[in-house]
Every structure is written in C-alpha cells, then in structure tokens.
Ligand binder design. Structure first.
Ligand code: ZN
Length: 169
C-alpha cells in the first residue's frame, strides 16, 4: 500500500475499523510517520465532531417559518430578470441551453468589444465614421462567434439526443 492509498482509506479505518482495507492501512501507518501524523489529525477532527451537538431550534421556529413562507407567497412576483434567471438556473430541460450559450457568447463578444473600445489607448477620436466602422467590426465578430456556436451545437446535438442518460444535470 502506498501513501496515497493509505490516506484515501483513513476515513474507512476511523468509521469502520473492521473493514477489509483496515489491516493493510494499519500496517502502513506503523511504518510511515507522515501517514500516521495524518491519521492522528483526522482522528482528532473526528473526536471534535463527536463532541459537537446540533443546536436546538429557537422556540416557535416552525410557526415563524410558516409565517415567512406565507409572506413570500403573498409577495409580488419577482421581476422578469429574476424569473428568467431562476428558470435558466433551475430548469432541468435542455431546450434553453442553445439559446443560453448563444446569448452568453453574444454578451461576451459585445461586452468584450465595448470594454476594449472604452479602454483603448490612445483614445480614439469620436467622429461618426470610426464609430460606424467599430460597430461593423463588432457585428462581424458577432457573426463569426454565432457561426462557431452553431457548429459547436451541431457537433454536440447527435450525442445529446442519442444518450440522455449520461447527463441528468
Ligand atoms: Zn505513508
């Protein structure tokens, strides 16, 4: 048994001393000071956890929680951004992902272009022609990014549809 194996099985030794790997782990601990030190530290941590007791909830916790829940339910609906965000964050469906990826790419490209433009040094002259050229260049970059995204999504899609069991995120 090497040190990596030994350290991986230290929790097993602490939680279940009769486990199959425990004998080999003990043998290694007797011959390896570094792992033994690690074991002592872990054991001290476990001892501390044994002393810790979860605090009792305050009186009327359930009643207060029920009141808070009713208040939240009665509160006005969140703004469209909050609703969209929670939908994108917690939606288990896959239908929003391509749109989300495209939107994020758009934000990156536009945001990156804007920041680069604002922080450009020396500052560019603010005449109409250069602004138009900048806009066209940004649009061109966006087009390229969207094409790349489309290709990526097309590459991904056969796997996505073929095997749904791999990703249950
Ligand atoms: Zn060791």
């Amino acid at each position: 048994m090497n040190c990596q194996h030994c350290r991986n099985s230290l929790p097993d030794l602490l939680l279940d001393a009769t486990a199959a790997s425990s004998a080999a782990t003990r043998a290694h601990l007797e011959s390896c000071a570094a792992c033994n030190e690690e074991f002592m530290a872990l054991q001290a941590t476990f001892d501390l956890l044994d002393e810790w007791h979860a605090p009792e909830p305050s009186p009327y916790f359930d009643q207060k929680l029920a009141v808070r829940l009713r208040e939240e339910q009665a509160a006005p609906a969140a703004g469209w951004f909050e609703r969209l965000r929670s939908r994108l964050l917690f939606n288990t469906g896959r239908q929003f992902r391509p749109a989300l990826v495209t939107a994020l790419a758009f934000v990156l490209v536009v945001g990156g272009g804007t920041i680069a433009d604002l922080s450009g040094f020396p500052p560019r002259s603010h005449d109409q022609a250069s602004a138009a050229i900048n806009d066209l260049q940004i649009l061109d970059k966006n087009e390229q990014a969207l094409q790349t995204m489309d290709q990526l999504l097309q590459d991904d899609n056969p796997n996505d549809d073929g095997d749904a069991s791999q990703s249950n995120i």
